[in-house]
Every structure is written in C-alpha cells, then in structure tokens.
Design a protein around this ligand. Sequence first.
Ligand SMILES: [Zn+2]
Length: 138
Amino acid sequence: MLSTTAAATSSSRRPTARAVRAATPPIAALRADLLRQRRFRVEQLQRLDTHAARDRKLSTDQRLDEVTIVLQAAANSVLANIDAALDRIDRGTYGTCQRCDTAIPLERLRTLPMIPLCMPCQHDREQTTTPTRQEQEV
Ligand SMILES: [Zn+2]
C-alpha cells in the first residue's frame, strides 16, 4: 500500500470512497465503470433526439441534422461496444483480446474498459481496414 498521509489527517475513522473502490475486484470496478458510461451514452442519445426534433421544427438547416446524425452514430457505436464488453463480462471472456486471445493489460482496461482488442491487434486493425483478414506473416 502507498503511504496515505492525506487520508490519515482528514478522515481516517471510516473508509473513504477511494478505499472502498480500491478493495473492489478489478472486473466489478470495470463493470461499474461500463454501466456508468452506458448511462451517459443513453442520456446523450436522448438529448440528441430531443435536440434533433427541436432543430427540425426551428430551422431547415440540414447541417444541424448532419451533425446530430454523426454524434448519434458515434454514441451508438460506443454504446454497442459497451454492451459487447458487458456481455463478455457475463460470458467470462472479458479482458481477453477478441482477436489473438491474449490477456489485455488491466491498465488498458482501466483507461478503455470497453476495448475488445489488445494494443497490437487494435493497431493492426487501424492499419488494415479489412477486419476479416487472416493472421499472416507481416
Ligand atoms: Zn490481440
């Protein structure tokens, strides 16, 4: 454990939220994070829906619609990734690269909890736009 001088001076009597979170197993914490992000995206999509409806009434500017469509597509894409990650948690395959089967480092999962691929595979996929390409010598 790290030295907690700040915690000792302020509230050492009962566990802080940080201490509780640190005691949670990684997957449970990541799952909670995914659920939180999922809620955020669902709310964002609802807001975009409301805005789009209002914009359509107020103006005929098609660019507003296009911006909304792009934002909705992005939010839906993230939402799909979050749902897929939650599904992997349920199936017990979470934290394993969906392409090469190696374990994804916990640090990476903490930064991007919905990520389905390890760093090299993600990099590979961004280089080649054909996701069905077979693993071969590069
Ligand atoms: Zn991989």
